[in-house]
Ligand binder design. Structure first.
Ligand SMILES: NC(=O)c1ccc[n+]([C@@H]2O[C@H](COP(=O)([O-])OP(=O)(O)OC[C@H]3O[C@@H](n4cnc5c(N)ncnc54)[C@H](OP(=O)(O)O)[C@@H]3O)[C@@H](O)[C@H]2O)c1
Length: 288
């Protein structure tokens, strides 16, 4: 069970930087509303926004954060290299575009969005992220949608590098995680190396809000099913990344620090099933 958490709790990453445990996701958030909703999220207490080059809303999302009175050094922004554009040059261009579009000065976390494109593409893109850290453009780096075989490929490559600086530090793996997709294989591998996990689609895309596993827990704690799901992720030690374009839900999803699921509650959410609610690149073969 995680130590007592609050709205501004963070986890220390292997890079040495800290990441807020609550992040605000902006996938499928239209660019036209991104400024308003990220602004509202920061005013509601979030300090962390999860975007990506493919979300096509980086400029308004960052502008919404920067329009609040919260200083830049208390804000945390993530972007990702386009999944179908992994390469050394593609990752370099991606970091440059994010810096230019957001005006944030540096990016807190940059991820490889998905392990597609083959070994050379993955490792070339990783090398570009390592260089972006050395150049001061990015603070921490990681991957997303990596299965154990992708992670092992990267780890083997890192071991072959002449210096730790050349290998880079893998701080994060961002994957779909919720009670219907607990992924013990990937989670165990990452935990053994102190690589933090970010839970994407932590609300199972709103498909389980009437589920009989969640409703009794919601009644017991006087919370909503969405809040139970987010609490499950936090108590697994994950960073959770709920998305909403609805002001009241943005606030509700941050109101998760005044209760705890007990051991029995957590056990009741062990479904043992494997049900991704979105794409699943973690199982892609290394050749894909
Ligand atoms: N790396 C990757 O490949 C990847 C993939 C997917 C997602 N992500 C990240 O993870 C974030 C979240 O994942 P997601 O967008 O797939 O799904 P999600 O957060 O699991 O679910 C979002 C859906 O839940 C609804 N919702 C939000 N709060 C709710 C509440 N309190 N009660 C009931 N419904 C609620 C939202 O509706 P409204 O918006 O209409 O309120 C939206 O339809 C993304 O925005 C992105 O940052 C990353």
């Amino acid at each position: 069970m995680a130590a007592k958490l609050d709205l501004h709790s963070t986890l220390k990453m292997k890079s040495g930087y800290s990441i807020p445990v609550l992040g605000y996701g902006v996938y499928q958030t239209p660019a036209a509303v991104a400024h308003d909703v990220t602004h509202h999220a920061i005013l509601s207490g979030y300090r962390h926004v999860d975007s990506a080059t493919v979300y096509r809303n980086e400029a308004p999302s960052a502008a919404g954060m920067l329009a609040t009175p919260v200083p830049r050094d208390q804000l945390f922004y993530t972007s990702k290299v386009e999944p179908r554009n992994l390469s050394y040059a593609g990752a370099k261009a991606s970091v440059a575009a994010t810096l230019q579009q957001t005006g944030l000065g540096y990016i807190d976390l940059y991820l490889l969005h998905a392990p597609y494109g083959g070994r050379e593409a993955r490792l070339g893109a990783w090398r570009a992220l390592v260089e972006s850290v050395a150049e001061g453009k990015v603070r921490s780096i990681g991957v997303s949608n990596y299965g154990v075989h992708h992670l092992e490929e990267l780890e083997q490559w890192q071991k072959q590098q002449p210096t730790p600086q050349a290998a880079g530090i893998l701080s994060i793996n961002q994957i779909e995680l919720h009670p219907w997709l607990a992924r013990p294989d990937i989670v165990t591998w990452c935990r053994a190396r102190s690589i933090h996990l970010e839970a994407y689609s932590p609300l199972v895309r709103s498909t389980k809000m009437s589920d009989p596993l969640l409703l009794p827990l919601a009644a017991k704690h006087g919370k909503t099913p969405a809040q139970i799901l987010l609490r499950w992720g936090l108590q697994q030690g994950f960073v959770v990344l709920p998305k909403s374009v609805t002001h009241a839900r943005i606030e509700q999803n941050a109101d998760i620090f005044d209760f705890e699921l007990d051991e029995g509650d957590m056990r009741g959410l062990e479904t043992g099933v494997y049900e991704p609610c979105t794409w699943n690149p973690t199982t892609a073969p290394l050749s894909e």
